[in-house]
Design a protein around this ligand. Structure first.
Ligand SMILES: [Fe+2]
Ligand SMILES: [Fe+2]
Length: 159
């Protein structure tokens, strides 16, 4: 990795791997959840995630590179943590709150990545990539806000 273009391509491969890992992991999270609003929000975001994978493929195409993924240790760790919470949390309140916490860690990771990537795309003059990445960033931010809303309106209970 020598140039900003190299860093851009590398990080794109990293998020492509991450989105595929998230798409694979989410069904198990959805299954573990019984709260209707949370279940619906996660199902919706699984659909969006599948769309984001397609959008990332369009980003690769727009910069003339082949679609590929590069193992992302960060997302592996966040998913592992989520799976641990699903296994260990006992009460429904703790379980739902902890699952939302884990999902928001994933959203914040994605927000960080896409924020960086779209600015790099802009600096590189890759306008189509910038717009596509911005559209994903907006979805991640909206997903995060939705999780916050569900947590504070119906999940965070002390009794
Ligand atoms: Fe995503
Ligand atoms: Fe997301």
């Amino acid at each position: 990795m020598k140039t900003l273009a190299d860093a851009f391509e590398h990080t794109l491969q990293d998020v492509y791997y991450a989105e595929n890992a998230i798409a694979k992991a989410l069904p198990k999270v959805i299954e573990a959840v019984s709260n209707g609003d949370l279940k619906t929000a996660l199902k919706d975001h699984l659909g969006e995630t599948k769309g984001q994978i397609k959008t990332l493929e369009a980003v690769f195409k727009s910069i003339g590179k082949k679609v590929s993924g590069e193992k992302c240790d960060a997302i592996e760790g966040l998913i592992k943590e989520t799976e641990g919470v699903i296994e260990e949390a006992e009460g429904a309140v703790a379980k739902h709150a902890a699952i939302v916490g884990c999902c928001q860690a994933v959203e914040h990771y994605e927000i960080a990545r896409y924020g960086t990537l779209r600015e790099w795309a802009k600096a590189l003059g890759e306008n189509e990539a910038h717009d596509l990445l911005s559209s994903i960033l907006d979805e991640e931010k909206a997903a995060n806000h939705k999780l916050t809303h569900i947590a504070i309106t119906s999940l965070n209970k002390t009794k």
